[in-house]
Design a protein around this ligand. Structure first.
Ligand SMILES: C[S@@+](CC[C@H](N)C(=O)[O-])C[C@H]1O[C@@H](n2cnc3c(N)ncnc32)[C@H](O)[C@@H]1O
Length: 392
């Protein structure tokens, strides 16, 4: 690209960052370059971007976005809903529950929330239930409304905790009618005012890519959208400090925050589900996720986009900087499996085993998802014992 074009690219990245909330670091110049090339010559695209022409806004937001998701992701959040949150709301005599999956990608999260709540509500249902899924990209929402999913949406790290879909017989699944009936989707940018008020808000694995300024704006909007007694849940890497005005209601790694319910409860809440929030310290915007995990997340963005060589380089750099970071070693091994480089993969799988040799199986390792040592041990052993280990 010529010098002038580099300047255009830089301007387009700034627009994409403004429109999405992404930090410039999390935006891949090549992805923006490709999207811009599909729109026309760069010097024509720039004035169209300045005028916020919809076609340009959509193309650049799509280039920047990371749509990684699956059913019952972070299962501990769903267990918390089942054991703590829902019993409390029911005890308080609620006649309706409204939930929001903010940044829902292709809908797996919104349907998982609906399935969990539906499954656990007493029958006959006296409480009305509404789940709203919103995302920046209409393309994601169109897929969510279809409600049919392949194997990638069902991962071992997201166990099917509640009835949610049926097999369609071709390796795909279709969301149950009862779950669809309470779930709807609409386009919404988290940088804008919230689309209503909710008892439960999931905004997970979205803010991890955002600038500090954008995180602050979104957290303010989410907090404003939370009803008394409501809960706001983030992914483990999304925010580093509790939102202002909310109370922490879980160990820090679960990132669950509550708004106290000032209204009198209809029935006294059962002690087993009484809240135990502790006051939040003053709000300080997120600085950065812990470094190895942040670098790992960046490599995942490249993997998501099929840029394997670039991901390999980032994971290699990560290993050089933090040799003990086991999730990064396994990620690199899996990348070699995908690239058909079996002996490089085997070498790294052996390294995974060596690094965790002395660790107890139930110790949880920090990574893009906190997973126990046993997960890393099983993954490496399965691969090494079967040669390829069904990793393709
Ligand atoms: C990695 S996915 C997370 C999906 C789901 N929440 C989960 O945890 O599995 C992030 C989603 O956030 C959406 N997103 C990014 N920026 C956004 C914004 N400014 N407003 C709304 N959605 C946004 C992306 O389009 C993408 O679908």
């Amino acid at each position: 690209m010529r010098r002038y074009d580099e300047h255009v690219l830089d301007e387009l990245i700034s627009y994409a960052a403004d429109w999405t909330g992404f930090s410039r670091d999390a935006i891949l110049p090549d992805a923006v370059r490709r999207a811009a090339a599909g729109l026309g010559p760069p010097d024509e695209v720039l004035p169209r971007a300045a005028a916020r022409e919809l076609e340009v806004v959509h193309a650049l937001c799509q280039a920047v976005s990371v749509g990684e998701t699956y059913f019952f992701r972070h299962p501990e959040h769903f267990r918390w809903m089942a054991t703590t949150f829902l019993p409390q709301l029911l005890n308080a005599g609620r006649s309706s529950i409204r939930a929001w999956s903010a940044g829902c990608a292709t809908g797996e999260e919104a349907y998982s929330i609906a399935a969990c709540l539906l499954d656990l509500m007493p029958w006959p249902r006296t409480v009305s239930l509404e789940v709203l899924g919103t995302d920046l990209l209409e393309r994601n929402l169109a897929a969510a409304r279809v409600g049919e999913y392949g194997a990638w949406s069902r991962r071992p790290s997201g166990p099917v905790l509640h009835p949610i879909f049926k097999d369609t017989g071709n390796g795909r699944v279709r969301i149950d009618e009862a779950v669809r009936a309470v779930t709807r989707f609409c386009e919404h940018n988290l940088l804008e005012e919230p689309p209503g008020q909710f008892d439960l808000i999931f905004c997970r694995n979205v803010l991890v890519y955002f600038s500090q300024h954008a995180v602050r704006t979104v957290v303010r909007h989410l907090s404003r959208a939370l009803l008394p007694g409501g809960a706001l849940l983030f992914g483990s890497m999304d925010v580093s400090e509790p939102p202002p005005d909310l109370l922490r209601a879980s160990p820090p790694e679960l990132q669950i925050y509550r708004r106290l319910d000032a209204r009198p409860a209809a029935k006294p809440p059962a002690p087993a589900v009484a809240p135990s929030p502790e006051p939040a310290p003053p709000y300080v915007p997120r600085v950065r996720p812990p470094e190895p995990v942040a670098l790992h997340l960046r490599a995942l963005v490249h993997i998501d986009r099929g840029e394997k060589k670039r991901a390999e380089k980032e994971l290699t750099d990560l290993a050089r900087q933090v040799p003990d970071y086991v999730p990064g070693i396994l990620e690199r091994a899996l990348l070699h499996v995908r690239m058909g480089e079996k002996s490089a993969a085997s070498k790294l799988m052996r390294e995974v085993l060596k690094r965790i040799e002395k660790l107890p199986g139930d110790e949880v390792l920090a990574g893009p998802e906190p997973l126990p040592v046993s997960f890393y041990r099983d993954s490496a052993q399965t691969f090494l014992s079967s040669g390829r280990g069904g990793f393709e």
